[in-house]
Design a protein around this ligand. Structure first.
Ligand SMILES: [Fe+2]
Length: 295
């Protein structure tokens, strides 16, 4: 099995787009990417828009290679409604568009389905399904909360199991903080786990207690399941202090031989935390303009 992380916060955009290939099947999970519209009260700059263009073009290319497409929920950093017709001829699995969903995502799901049907693309509801492709198994979780409570709807996690590797992609559980998410992780016991991590950058708006619970849960997961690799990215990598926040997780990983990485490190690329560094870039630019004007 090969796991290619195509885009994520550590690569410069909001995303968890991942292409998983086994001898039997290619699965593209969450074909989309976006930018944080306002961070530190500032809009994305040219550098971020350029990065988005580049990574979205890469994801679009990879759609051609995939047999299966999965959309884990209806946030635009996980899919692009304009790409609906590109899914023609693929098996498309969507997070249930009607159940365990909030109003905003239900509306987006309806719009996506309208586009899919007008392009003669068909879809299946992902939740709870188990599929076999030769020696590869693909198992979808039930609905898992997008965050500490039900307010933001639910997402589905994707478990891919081949004779050589056992991988779990868990988008936007924001932690994990919820019992159901945690129990799915324990049940699947992945060797490689790709998870979003909590939105520590939101501080009390996410929940300080929830951040602590998430960290404790990640430490327990590493200690109990002993995965070969834990990849944390997405929400957590919007925070420049993510490594400091994760010290206990690194410590747990070191003591039992689990590699704790972000997406960029997993694919041996340099970290590019463009959203988290946005304020710094604006400051430097402002400084340069002032210098120029006074010279
Ligand atoms: Fe997301």
């Amino acid at each position: 099995m090969t796991i290619q992380i195509l885009a994520s916060e550590s690569l410069g955009v909001r995303s968890m787009a991942t292409l998983v290939r086994t001898n039997d099947v290619s699965i593209l999970i969450d074909p989309g990417a976006a930018l944080g519209p306002k961070r530190y009260g500032l809009p994305p700059d040219k550098l971020e828009w350029e990065r988005l263009r580049l990574l979205k073009a890469k994801i679009k290319e990879k759609i051609k290679e995939a047999d299966i497409i999965v959309i884990t929920h209806y946030h635009y950093d996980h899919y692009d409604p304009e790409w609906a017709e590109l899914f023609k001829g693929k098996r498309l699995f969507l997070k249930d568009p009607e159940k365990n969903i909030n109003r905003n995502q239900a509306k987006r799901a309806k719009e996506l389905i309208k586009r899919l049907l007008s392009a003669s693309c068909f879809y299946e509801v992902a939740e709870g399904k188990e599929l076999c492709f030769g020696t590869t198994k693909v198992i979808f979780s039930g609905p898992l909360n997008h965050g500490p409570d039900e307010r933001f709807g639910a997402v589905v996690a994707v478990h891919v199991k081949s004779p050589t590797l056992n991988f779990l992609h868990s988008s936007d559980v924001s932690g994990p903080v919820q019992e159901e998410a945690l129990s799915f992780f324990y049940k699947t016991s992945p060797e490689i786990l790709f998870i979003d991590g909590p939105a520590t950058y939101l501080g009390p708006r996410f929940g300080l207690e929830e951040c602590k619970i998430a960290r404790q849960n990640l430490v327990s997961l590493v200690r109990d399941l002993k995965p070969s690799c834990l990849i944390m990215d997405h929400h957590l990598l919007r925070d420049l202090s993510w490594k400091k926040w994760a010290e206990d997780i690194y410590e747990a990983g070191e003591s039992i031989g689990t590699k704790v990485l972000c997406g960029a490190e997993f694919i041996n690329k340099p970290l590019l935390l463009l959203e988290a560094e946005r304020k710094h870039r604006y400051k430097t630019l402002k400084h340069k303009i002032l210098e120029f004007e006074s010279s």
